[in-house]
Ligand binder design. Structure first.
Ligand SMILES: Nc1ncnc2c1ncn2[C@@H]1O[C@H](COP(=O)(O)OP(=O)(O)OP(=O)(O)O)[C@@H](O)[C@H]1O
Ligand SMILES: [Mg+2]
Length: 388
């Protein structure tokens, strides 16, 4: 039987736990032409939610296009991504891609290649004669509205990892995008992202191009009862039951982050498929396998950190990450002044080891946290050298 726990890619169909409330709310907002900023920490399920929302909207004859800005490394690659996504939303047949592209975006030269999976792939390159990339982008931003009017259909464009637009050419591109999309009446927009502070700044700072441009939706973790039911049912389909404390352990250790839960369950399934019951010891053993299986990577990371950063990580791993600037905390873990804690924390956040959730600091990789807790159990404030 195929492992039913999917991680590391967007989930659809059987693998997607219905986020009924979120889907209903998003659908309503989008249908009433609201622009939505969808924000959550990494791996909570933004992309999956967007893909499933697209499924709902396509059922209502909408055209859907998603642009992943992580893939845009230059203005030219943004133009390619934008153009290709919009063309795919309207034409599914490769033979029509070229004709469409030549008619609507003559500034770009289309080519079709066959990718390693044997599927045709469209790419759009700037004509060598054509230098005015800004004009081209203006044209592309307006293409969805043009298509919507011509085909009498509504269109949704989702920018995934929207904050990455800042890495392209800063404010200029944001202003141009805003100026164009503000005029659209038949196209709805979602701006999704995981760099929370950056995205909040983009919508809430009066000086920002996207100031008050839409509604902010903060995506939370998945309803625990729904996730429990999902796990129990998936194991049951293979005639495996799972004890209550084993299930509880899965949720605490993963901090209820959807990716982590699916990842851990995937490994438990692989390890114990064929067994009748999963008990808490099995969950423990799997966590240990995962954490220690990553030892070569985690050791390399650990070695590159400063002694103070290691202390901060160890302290957060042991304590849960609340009140880390308080005098008691700093004294207990030998962390020195609040400003040195701040410096280490900032660096650990920018390297994506930690994230801030309300008033506490959490590990992005909970298995790294487990590895530190278990492997570095005697790494204390007085430690001068790392243990490896
Ligand atoms: N609704 C869901 N049902 C089941 N699993 C989910 C759901 N949403 C997310 N997941 C799990 O979390 C993983 C990450 O989901 P997704 O890629 O959608 O999140 P994301 O917020 O876009 O992440 P990133 O910040 O890395 O872009 C999925 O591969 C899946 O394992
Ligand atoms: Mg994503």
């Amino acid at each position: 039987m195929r492992n039913p726990f999917v991680y590391g890619e967007e989930v659809v169909g059987e693998s997607f736990i219905d986020r009924d409330d979120e889907l209903r709310m998003l659908t309503k907002d989008i249908e009433s032409n609201e622009r939505v900023f969808l924000i959550s920490p990494r791996r909570y399920g933004k992309t999956s939610l967007i893909v499933n929302l697209f499924g709902v909207l396509r059922g209502k004859r909408w055209l859907t296009a998603r642009i992943d800005l992580y893939k845009a490394t230059s203005l030219e690659s943004l133009a390619n991504l934008y153009g290709v996504s919009v063309i795919h939303s309207i034409e599914s047949k490769p033979e029509k891609w070229i004709r469409f592209s030549k008619e609507f975006i003559p500034m770009l030269r289309p080519t079709i290649t066959i990718n390693p999976d044997g599927q045709p792939e469209l790419s759009l390159n700037l004509h060598p004669r054509e230098q005015n990339i800004e004009l081209l982008l203006d044209k592309l931003y307006n293409l969805p509205e043009e298509i919507a009017v011509r085909h009498k259909k509504r269109v949704i464009i989702a920018f995934d990892e929207f904050q990455e637009i800042r890495t392209l050419n800063g404010e200029k591109i944001e202003k141009a995008l805003r100026a164009n999309i503000q005029r659209h009446h038949n196209v709805s927009y979602i701006f999704a992202g995981s760099k929370k502070r950056m995205l909040y700044d983009m919508v809430s700072k009066p000086s920002s191009a996207f100031y008050k441009m839409g509604k902010v939706i903060h995506l939370n973790k998945i309803n625990r009862k729904d996730f429990e039911r999902f796990i129990i049912n998936k194991f049951l389909q293979a005639r495996i039951s799972i004890s209550d404390d084993a299930l509880g352990k899965i949720f605490t250790i993963t901090e209820e982050i959807p990716y982590n839960i699916q990842f851990l369950c995937h490994q438990i399934w692989d390890k114990y498929y064929g067994q009748k019951k999963i008990i808490i010891d099995d969950v423990e053993a799997t966590i240990k396998d995962i954490a220690f299986g990553q030892t070569p990577i985690y050791t390399t990371i650990w070695d590159r950190l400063t002694l103070h950063q290691r202390r901060v990580l160890k302290a957060i791993a042991d304590s849960g990450g609340k009140g880390i600037f308080s005098q008691d905390f700093r004294q207990q873990y030998g962390l020195g002044s609040p400003s040195s804690v701040q410096t280490s924390v900032n660096s650990l956040i920018s390297h994506e080891f930690l994230d801030r959730e309300n008033d506490s600091y959490v590990f992005l990789d909970v298995f790294f946290k487990e590895w530190i807790r278990r492997r570095m159990s005697d790494f204390g404030p007085e430690q001068k050298m790392n243990r490896f």
